[in-house]
Design a protein around this ligand. Sequence first.
Ligand code: AMP
Length: 189
Amino acid sequence: MTSPDSDTEDTEPTFADLQIHPAVLQAVADVGYESPSAIQAATIPPMLAGSDVVGLAQTGTGKTAAFAIPILSKLDTSSRATQALVLAPTRELALQVAEAFGRYGAHLPDVNVLAIYGGSSYGPQLAGLKRGAQVVVGTPGRVIDHLEKGRLDLSHLDYLVLDEADEMLQMGFAEDVERILADTPEYKQ
Ligand code: AMP
């Protein structure tokens, strides 16, 4: 057992130490997270500072929040342009990540999060794209589909996330990811 005044108090940050947006901080408190997980403590500060980040962590260690919290903290909610794109290998993961963005962004005004994935009807996805979504989470194939039909504009993208990048490579999505990257600005994080 460590003493109450042990080093951990100095070395382990709280969410409040991480300079995340107050509305996101409130949402994180609402969902009951007491302190950042290791991957969150390691990635949130450099992401907020504008660095490109590669995060390696096992499933279940809080990696979704590790990228969603800093992205939501920096989002320009006065614009409806798509500012963040998360690519995920499966529809299930895309839905899960979109839901997480919704939860962590619940107290931000006017945030639209849209999941786009194959094997489902176009109707709701098209309506969502028309309305404008600052955060789009999608599987590569359906993202390309919308890009090629001119329904998804990535020309203002600030943040691109490759979720489970290893899995996407193994599933043969490398070319699709390259295709999507070609439609995004150089300056993106
Ligand atoms: P993930 O690795 O993103 O799939 O997250 C795994 C689970 O951990 C999810 O159910 C999250 O809600 C939860 N979680 C994420 N961050 C934290 C945290 N800082 N404290 C407690 N639970 C968390």
